[in-house]
Write a protein that binds this ligand. Structure first.
Ligand code: HPA
Ligand code: ZN
Length: 333
């Protein structure tokens, strides 16, 4: 079979997807109309044409603007169901999904509204598409730690609805050390910890995320490659990196995909995984991200295997997914 069909059929886990970043222009427009929210873009084409970014902040400005159409429980449900439908069509078997509560509570949408919509979609996706999923609550790092602490407090009545905390938004000048206490509290509550680091920020931020926030995975992590000691440690400890090729390209984190650091990560024996980040904004979901790098079948199998190994799901599910993947590798080539 050709590469495209091989990628389509490959069983996958997605570990780095912001649910608000899966808001396609069509749904954004429909929700704007349904909710009487005005957008400054006259059409879907005009909106899509605005998706040209020179850096992370350019994108974030539009990302926060777009999420203003999300107001009601049904909106969050529709958003997540659209993602699950797409993920299932690409044979994503398991997804660990970021959500940004401060992007909503800061606009007056209660936490209960968003968590109920997302949870209901998760349950329906499991039934309808056989896609399992978990939620990871991300703190916005452009806001201060007190805001993150309040967000965690607000979320605690729904502690069983999410499995971990993450750290996202503007990275430059916002080092992980600023969030040491809130991460310690979250870990004390038995939550998993991950953080975006080394996307635009330096290798030092990756080190801080590991040493101070004690994260189990690094989201992006590209800039870790600037530091040989850090590379050796990430390889030795097999710390997963959730890499997002099309995101890196669209946010000018890499100049082109031919030179993407993923190749070096695999050569160095790092546990890299492929993910879509904000697929509605960056031009592709899992399959498009995998296809963009023009990898060997062996590398694609390694990346898919790493995705399941790095997931926070239970061991039995992990083994079941890995066996299905191995069977695919034997039959699919
Ligand atoms: N980086 C940081 N914050 C984000 C991203 C990202 O790629 N996507 C959504 N929030
Ligand atoms: Zn991200």
């Amino acid at each position: 079979m050709d590469d495209r069909r091989f990628i389509e059929g490959l069983p996958k886990a997605e570990l780095h997807i912001h649910i608000e970043g899966s808001l396609e222009p069509e749904l954004m427009m429909a929700l704007a109309q349904r909710n009487g929210v005005s957008l400054r873009f006259p059409s879907i084409e005009a909106l899509r044409a605005a998706y040209r970014f020179s850096n992370l902040q350019d994108f974030l400005d539009l990302y926060y603007e777009g999420m203003r159409v999300l107001l009601h429980e049904q909106d969050f449900y529709d958003l997540a169901m659209a993602y699950f439908r797409k993920a299932a069509s690409q044979n994503v078997r398991h997804a660990e999904i970021f959500f940004d509560p401060q992007g909503h509570t800061g606009r007056g949408v209660p936490f209960r509204i968003l968590i109920d919509g997302l949870s209901r979609a998760q349950a329906d996706a499991e039934r309808q598409f056989d896609v399992s999923s978990s939620l990871i609550l991300c703190f916005l790092r452009h806001l201060d730690e007190a805001d993150a602490e309040r967000t965690l407090d607000e979320a605690l009545p729904w502690r069983d609805r999410f499995i971990g905390v993450g750290l996202d938004s503007s990275e430059k000048g916002r080092p992980p050390r600023l969030f040491e206490r809130v991460f310690a509290r979250a870990r004390g509550l038995g939550l998993h910890a991950v953080a975006h680091a080394g996307e635009e920020g330096p290798a030092e931020y990756v080190r801080e995320a590991l040493d101070l926030l004690k994260v189990e995975r690094i989201d992006h992590g590209n800039r870790a490659l600037d530091d040989t000691g850090l590379i050796a440690r990430i390889a030795r400890e097999q710390i997963p990196l959730t890499v997002c090729p099309l995101s890196n390209l669209r946010l000018c984190v890499v100049p082109d995909l031919e030179d993407h650091p993923l190749r070096r990560m695999l050569d160095e024996g790092l546990m890299a995984t492929i993910n879509s980040d904000d697929p509605a904004y960056f031009g592709g979901y899992m399959n498009e991200n995998l296809a963009a790098l023009r990898l060997s079948r062996g590398d694609m199998m390694t990346l898919a295997r790493n995705g399941f190994r790095a997931a926070f799901c239970d061991e039995a599910s992990k083994q079941r997914h890995l066996e299905a993947l191995n069977a695919y590798g034997l039959s699919g080539t």
